[in-house]
Design a binder for this molecule. Structure first.
Ligand code: BGC
Length: 256
């Protein structure tokens, strides 16, 4: 980008992070990653249907920018290819093969940048968080309802790495190793760590990364399970926590 274009580039953007249980948004300073507003959150409507989710997104964006001038980035927990959602692991099946970006643009009345949730979180951790100073291959995984994955090589995102859907011991990995699996099966952290060990050792063998970053709400308790893992690759908790998706979406909205 030329110096002139850079000075005209927007300095703020709105990030919206759509998850299985909540939809969060904030205004972000895209030069520093700092949140310029409170993080606002509304529950994800039951069933996760497109119209109901769009209404919530319109409400949140309207609260942050009623003039409709600020760039907007939106994350979604599915494969996103050229604005189209191609999967729906933990949301309504209506999102499969759905022109989601255009749909949100219609509802919001402005262009947006639409991206997979883990990819947005990976970009934010790479710019501003746990992977900031790491050169080489960074793999971010989010351990939540599902498992999200982001592959970032020297700052460049390889989109839609669906690392939660690798097969592990004959199962979809996220059905065994997500935080939801830990909670719903009542696993102790030690029991869960045995599954995480299998999972991360498998990822390590396939990709030989330089760093694993572990995100998702449970990463705030990472001292209970990360020290139990025995890997050659350093593995660290995400540092941006709940804000990573919002920050990454905002960054992508201005083309960072
Ligand atoms: C989806 C991914 C998503 C991840 C985390 C998985 O089930 O397939 O696209 O990134 O959950 O939300």
């Amino acid at each position: 980008m030329s110096k002139d274009k850079k000075s005209k580039a927007p300095k703020q953007a709105i990030g919206v992070d759509i998850g299985g249980t909540g939809i969060k948004a904030a205004l972000v300073d895209v030069r520093s990653g700092e949140l310029l507003s409170d993080r606002i959150k509304l529950p994800t409507p039951d069933g996760g249907e497109p119209e109901a989710i769009a209404q919530v997104v319109v409400e949140l964006v309207g609260r942050l920018d009623d003039e409709r001038t600020t760039p907007v980035g939106v994350t979604f927990p599915a494969i996103v290819r050229h604005g189209r959602t191609l999967s729906a692991a933990n949301v309504s099946k209506r999102w499969i093969d759905f022109e989601a970006e255009a749909f949100f643009e219609q509802h919001l009345g402005r262009p947006i940048h639409f991206v997979n949730d883990a990819d947005a979180a990976g970009i934010a951790e790479d710019h501003w968080g746990a992977a900031k100073d790491v050169d080489g291959l960074v793999i971010l995984t989010t351990l939540g309802t599902g498992i999200g994955g982001a592959l970032i090589y020297k700052g460049v995102l390889v989109p839609n790495a669906e690392l939660g859907h690798l097969e592990l011991d004959g199962h979809d990995a996220e059905s065994r190793a997500s935080n939801r699996a830990r909670e719903s099966e009542g696993l102790s952290y030690e029991e869960w760590a045995t599954r995480l060990q299998r999972y991360y050792a498998h990822l390590e063998f396939i990709f030989s990364p330089d760093l694993f970053v572990v995100g998702g709400g449970v990463s705030k308790s990472s001292d209970k399970f990360l020290p139990l893992l025995d890997l050659k690759t350093p593995i660290v908790p995400a540092t941006l926590r709940n804000n990573a998706g919002i920050m990454g979406a905002a960054a992508l909205a201005v083309g960072l």
